[in-house]
Design a protein around this ligand. Structure first.
Ligand SMILES: CC(=O)N[C@H]1[C@@H](OP(=O)(O)OP(=O)(O)OC[C@H]2O[C@@H](n3ccc(=O)[nH]c3=O)[C@H](O)[C@@H]2O)O[C@H](CO)[C@@H](O)[C@@H]1O
Ligand SMILES: C=C(OP(=O)(O)O)C(=O)O
Length: 429
């Protein structure tokens, strides 16, 4: 199993190119199931999750080509992928494939919308809470699907097709909104999705669906209106930049000090996080090329932050911010409101010398003068990268175990940080 070795203490200086967003790429790939024509996606990050989803879609009969080559021939070949679901070979998504990644459950919506039936294993994904799918099921039922749960599978049936309906989510859910959207685009009549997630990745998927001939309005707001159409066509779409990768590297620079341009990053995708980074004492500047983060000399200031759905501070940056606050000059508070068990990084950060107390969903972080390297274990995607951030500022060597978590969502992490002066390497095997 690969590990990452970091020797802390170096400032970061240089340029980090920001990849396409994982959390947009996955539902965009799944949207290919909605049409017989070719969907071409550009700026696709080469990540373990993307490769796993290629396998899952392949199982349904989707032909996936990467920059002109067949999927699997050269996983690192290109950032343009072509997905062609001319025929759907299989409407079942088996446990072995779905259990590793939560987003793969979302195939349920396009499959039932196009084929009238889908049988999908209950999902896996990051261990950050119970992560139920009741609201996804509710959305499908509102559009006329009949749902049965059997042997760990959700079976959705709509032999006569889905019909438009009113969906009001009792809480903001990204997965629920993706599911509702992908089901509604091929339903007969109008669907209204209230309290829809406004996360930029949802907007990106809705934009792509419209390029495919869907009629979605209200994009970027909490009320989406979808006029169903009989069929969708192919399209070409460029995945938006990854705001979580952007925020992660911004916090890494705020942690180590230095001066880094986050190339292709778009500030409007993470304004709440950039505001917090600025409050912490780093300078955030928007340039034509992206976002520049600098911290030279000034100490890290404590902050008080609560995670919230977009446009609030994202839960996917909570662990990284906590790592940054371990070195703040004073006491910080971070409250997690989205996932009930997203504090797995706390005990690992403690191995490096962090002082963090948990009281339910609220963490109190007392900044320390020094962190010291240690062996640590990655527990989930964002928790793992928080350990990298802490290690970059820790004295001596840190070994991060279970790096496969990082590989799910951070493309070329060692290379991107290494080019900016970090002492970081992957130890294979
Ligand atoms: C692949 C992907 O895009 N993952 C992101 C997505 O996850 P994901 O789409 O799974 O997160 P949701 O927005 O759906 O979940 C938000 C909250 O709603 C709850 N809930 C959700 C569905 C449901 O049927 N019932 C229910 O109670 C969840 O347990 C959670 O407490 O959005 C999260 C919140 O921004 C991010 O942290 C994840 O990185
Ligand atoms: C939690 C995440 O992913 P997933 O929803 O796939 O578990 C994430 O991207 O931070």
């Amino acid at each position: 199993m690969d590990r990452i070795r970091i020797v802390g203490g170096e400032k970061l200086n240089g340029t980090i190119p920001i990849s396409g967003a994982k959390n947009a790429t996955l539902p965009l790939m799944i949207a290919s199931l909605l049409t017989e024509d070719k969907l071409v996606l550009e700026n696709v990050p080469r990540l373990a999750d993307v490769i796993q989803l290629q396998r899952i879609l392949g199982n349904h009969g989707v032909d996936v080509m990467i920059a002109g080559k067949r999927a699997g021939a050269d996983a690192n070949a290109g950032r343009t992928i072509e997905l062609s679901a001319a025929t759907i070979a299989d409407t079942t998504a088996p446990y072995e494939l779905v259990s590793t990644m939560r987003a793969s459950f979302w195939v349920i919506a396009p499959l039932v919308a196009r084929m009238g039936i889908a049988k999908v294993s209950m999902p896996g994904g990051c261990a950050i809470g119970t992560r139920p799918v009741d609201l996804l099921i509710m959305a499908l039922e509102k559009l006329g699907a009949e749902i049965e749960i059997e042997g760990g599978y959700v079976i959705a049936r709509a032999p006569n097709g889905l019909r438009g309906g009113e969906i009001k989510f009792p809480k903001v859910t990204v997965s629920g909104t993706h599911t509702a959207l992908m089901a509604a685009v091929l339903a007969r009549g109008t669907t209204v999705i209230d309290n829809a997630a406004q996360e930029p990745e949802v907007g990106d998927v809705a934009d792509c669906l419209n390029k495919m001939g869907a009629k979605v309005s209200g994009i970027g707001t909490s009320r989406l209106v979808v006029e169903g159409v009989a069929r969708l066509n192919g399209a070409r779409h460029t995945v938006l930049p990854d705001r979580i990768e952007t925020g992660t590297y911004a916090m890494a620079v705020a942690m180590t000090g230095g001066d880094v341009l986050l190339q292709n990053a778009r500030p409007e995708l993470l304004q709440a996080a950039l505001d917090v980074i600025a409050q912490s004492g780093a300078t955030v500047t928007t340039t034509n090329e992206g976002i520049r983060i600098t911290r030279n000399g000034a100490g890290i200031k404590p902050v008080d932050v609560t995670t919230a759905p977009f446009p609030g501070f994202p839960t996917d940056l909570q662990a990284q911010l906590m790592a940054l606050m371990t070195r703040a000059e004073g006491t910080s508070h971070i409250t997690e409101t989205i996932f009930e068990n997203r504090f797995m990084h706390v005990q690992e950060l403690a191995r490096l010398g962090a002082r963090i107390q948990l009281d339910g969903m609220r963490a109190t972080i007392e900044g320390v003068k020094k962190l010291k390297g240690a062996p640590v274990m990655a527990t989930d995607l964002r928790a793992s990268v928080s350990l990298v951030i802490a290690a970059l500022a820790a004295e001596g060597e840190t070994i991060v175990n279970r790096v496969y978590h990082l590989d799910r969502g951070f493309e070329k992490l060692e290379e991107k940080l290494g080019r900016c002066g970090a002492r970081i390497e992957r130890i294979s095997g």
